[in-house]
Design a protein around this ligand. Structure first.
Ligand SMILES: [Zn+2]
Length: 418
């Protein structure tokens, strides 16, 4: 999306409501006083109004002067997703973000390979294979991602069986090996001829067990999918809130709380890949951090149920509450770096993505709370470029940075477990 701070509004600001509203407190849907019952049943003509014409419950940002919808009928409110008003880009920025994360979820489920057998492997051969996997899996694992993209789940399983049954010498290049294969056969090139045969014999003997372990017992993906679900929930509820809020005071009450719950869901689920994979080997730490952020999220949602929480003057408090939740992620990130920062590359790289996410979210919250640039040029950014649109873009960018960080955790824990 291209947003220019110099862009002129697409239409002149709407005139003050002159007609008398029959049912609306803002006069947005103007019905002639002389209209008969038949006319009243016809679809009302909804118009955009100025800030001064809004009822108090719709007044939020006095620096955005025009192009407001106000108490439109539900059908017109929903259809306004395709029309131009001061919420259009707020709706679409997070709707497109939702679709992006939906695609990432499908990509993660279909393409990103599920790792090999776990540390609880029961056979000696698995332990041998795992020890070599741990050193080399990362070398080919992600390079084959796009190859995996062209394989269906069935083909992947067939390829898995093939890689276990073929002799290493028959595989000229490791790219032929499906990434879901539990053994890195190419690594056997460094073994002696005798060792290769021994290795191959073990593979044949335990092929069924290994295949079963790799397919049925991979490193768990639920923290990753929980995060993707939280991100989608946040983006979708936000988009719905911006679209429907203007319909009525009741709709505003409900959708704003859904919006806050979505934000809390995004923040809480953002902790899950970080905590689960960083502290995979310490159940106590996992429970401590997960419980803490869950309690924080529940408190934030509970606080947001208080009607007074919506007051415009409490905007800084709202920003502080949710940004404080997100900022508490510094603790587990620092803990992870203290434990693994110097020895595990993925731990350091994921921390970089988390720092990038924090910077993007922090900038977004600052823009949201300061209401710039519209504060500097009131009325100039009503349609394009106001602070909330910038905030939305920064949220999507931050959430995507966190997804990239979560991929680092999968790369790490698929190769090295407890
Ligand atoms: Zn928003």
């Amino acid at each position: 999306m291209e947003m220019s701070s110099e862009e002129e509004p697409m239409a002149s600001p709407p005139p003050p409501a002159a007609a008398t509203a029959t049912t609306s407190s803002c006069g947005a849907c103007k019905c002639s006083a002389a209209e008969d019952d038949k006319t009243k049943k016809r679809r009302k003509k909804c118009e955009l109004v100025s800030y001064d014409e809004l009822p108090d419950w719709l007044k939020d940002n006095e620096f955005i002067h025009g192009y407001y919808r106000c108490e439109w009928p539900l059908k017109e409110t929903i259809l306004s997703v395709f029309s131009v008003h001061n919420e259009t880009l707020n709706v679409w920025s997070h709707l497109v973000g939702f679709l992006l994360f939906l695609c990432l979820t499908i990509f993660t489920a279909m393409v990103i390979p599920r790792g090999g057998s776990t540390s609880t492997s029961t056979t000696t051969s698995n332990k041998i294979i795992n020890s070599r996997n741990n050193a080399t899996t990362r070398d080919y694992y992600w390079g084959d991602l796009m190859v995996m993209a062209n394989m269906t789940g069935v083909l992947r399983h067939e390829a898995l069986a093939a890689c276990l049954l073929l002799h290493p010498a028959d595989l000229s290049q490791h790219e032929q090996i499906p990434t879901s294969c539990p053994t890195n056969t190419s690594s056997t090139s460094s073994l002696s001829h005798h060792q290769q045969h021994q290795h191959h014999a073990i593979q044949l003997q335990d092929a069924g067990v290994v295949a079963s372990a790799a397919v049925a017992d991979p490193i768990t993906r639920w923290p990753m999918f929980a995060y993707l679900g939280g991100a989608m929930a946040c983006l979708l509820t936000s988009s719905a809130c911006h679209l429907l809020l203007c319909h009525s005071e009741r709709a505003a009450y409900v959708t704003l709380r859904l919006d806050y719950a979505g934000i809390a869901a995004l923040i809480v689920t953002s902790f899950l890949p970080l905590v689960h994979y960083s502290f995979l080997c310490d159940h106590w730490l996992r429970r401590l951090y997960t419980g803490s952020i869950a309690a924080f999220g529940a408190a934030a949602v509970s606080a947001s149920l208080v009607p007074a929480f919506q007051a415009p003057e409490l905007r800084p408090l709202r920003a502080a509450l949710f940004s404080g939740m997100a900022a508490s992620g510094v603790v587990p990130v620092a803990h992870k770096l203290a434990l693994y920062g110097g020895t595990v590359r993925e731990a350091a790289v994921s921390a970089c993505y988390e720092a990038l996410m924090g910077a993007l979210y922090g900038l977004g919250v600052a823009v949201y709370a300061a209401r710039v640039p519209e504060r500097w040029f009131p009325g100039r950014f009503d349609l394009v470029g106001h602070s909330h649109q910038l905030f939305h873009l920064l949220v999507v960018a931050g959430a995507y940075a966190h997804y990239l960080g979560a991929l680092e955790y999968l790369k790490w824990r698929d190769a090295v477990k407890c």
